[in-house]
Design a protein around this ligand. Sequence first.
Ligand SMILES: Nc1ncnc2c1ncn2[C@@H]1O[C@H](COP(=O)(O)OP(=O)(O)OP(=O)(O)O)[C@@H](O)[C@H]1O
Ligand SMILES: [Mg+2]
Length: 529
Amino acid sequence: MLFKARSAAVYGIDAHIIDVEVDFGQQVEKEIFATVGLPDAAVRESRDRVRSAIKNSGFDIPPTRITINLAPADLKKGGSGFDLPIAIGILGAYGGLSIKDLSDFLLVGELGLDGSLRAVQGMLPIAIAARAAKIKNLIIPAANAREAAVVEGVNVYPVRSLLEVRELLNSTTQGSLFIQPLKVDTSTLLNDAVEYHADFRDVRGQHVAKRALEVAAAGGHNILMIGPPGSGKTMLAKRLPSILAPLRFEEALETTKIHSVAGVHNKDEGLVTHRPFRSPHHTISDAGLIGGGMIPRPGEVSLAHNGLLFLDELPEFPRNVLEVLRQPLEDGNVTISRAAMSLSFPARFMLAAAMNPCPCGYFNDPSRDCMCTPPMIQRYVSKVSGPLLDRIDIHIEVPAVQYKELRSGTASEGSAEIRARVLAARERQHQRFLEHPARAATTTRTAGRAIFANSQMTTQQIRTFCELASDAERLLERAMQQQGLSARAHDRILKVARTIADLEAAPTIAVKHIAEAIQYRTLDRSYWA
Ligand SMILES: Nc1ncnc2c1ncn2[C@@H]1O[C@H](COP(=O)(O)OP(=O)(O)OP(=O)(O)O)[C@@H](O)[C@H]1O
Ligand SMILES: [Mg+2]
């Protein structure tokens, strides 16, 4: 007898519906259990778990010839999530279910030998795929349920064991459900006030740095801080999350998908509710940063999608690791090619980096002597390449804080006030992008992507939105020529200037806005000359 159940598998950050067909043949001496349809090792192993789970749930199925087909046949199937649909398919084929048609149900879950259900990774993309395929009901491990329930339009049934799944399926034919679907209110999730333990109020002085960080946060621009040891660079960067605008729902959904696939998502939380802050150590490998593995998995740049990637002690990162950042910094996307498959992950993040100006740390310091020779300094800073530097919009110096400032009694501005200005500027950007959506994206990879911040503008949008007053135009022209700035630097200066104008609610970019934006690009001349 033939029985069909439906399931799904995750590829990259998207899921595909997989049909699980179980053919229950004749009774034989010794059980024959075959899985066809490109299963990987984990799927082939599932037969042992399924067999034990069925037996330990109290079903005594005599040895039979069982064939499992996973369709479509051309997609490679991985992971342990097929345990549940296979087990239900076998029970159905054996006659253990009163319901015969499971086309309206999607089943995913790993089985323990005792028949209990364990969480699997990537449940959010699976729920989204179920909705797209118009499958109304999702039967999944309770531990994954909140994650899937943020998707509206599907009923999520949290279950704990194979027996509960059977009860639930049988109860659907009787009118009263054995388990009720889980509901999650997504609107309150994102608006729940987030408490930050690190506040800008603790930072004394450093007004230039704070201002630059405010601009960076308001437009999502990349920022590099250079300064001597102990000047507060790490301290400042750690406070950056406290002034970022909250995630929009679409952004939260995207980020959660990535975290869900990578298995770093706290499954009780449902959605990732605030912008990720990733600060990998400089011993990270390029695969760890960009993603990789036999079946490619997202790296730090993708985990930081819609959030912040902080690289402290930038020159300590191996150069080859830093160079792989170039593609995602430009496209907001990484493509990983492996023999098995080639996958793309979103990686649109804001980069914050910190470094000392030289090996000893005191080059250019007014109060301490630098012990480094010019070649040493050159070698040190050149670990950060020109092309990488060119992709960083804001370069600032963070000098040692003066004793007077450090001990002064006047309170510094706190994160709440700064965040309020950032939010207002973000709102202005959002309105502008809503009123004039991009007509054509520059590359197919960015096509159709919603834009939330000035840093994400396409070349064409820059032309539309970054209108300059005529004197501002002249200033930019002069700066370009004198400093030998690249075309990319030109575009990035315009984006930053747009953000500075947005912070002031100014409709067009004036001289002072452009001047400030240019000033953020002058530092690399003095160190990377
Ligand atoms: N502007 C400041 N206001 C108050 N405290 C500060 C300030 N700058 C530094 N500190 C104090 O000094 C400590 C060290 O600062 P931090 O680690 O941020 O320095 P850094 O610039 O990252 O140095 P390094 O280059 O060695 O990494 C902070 O934890 C804080 O206690
Ligand atoms: Mg530091």
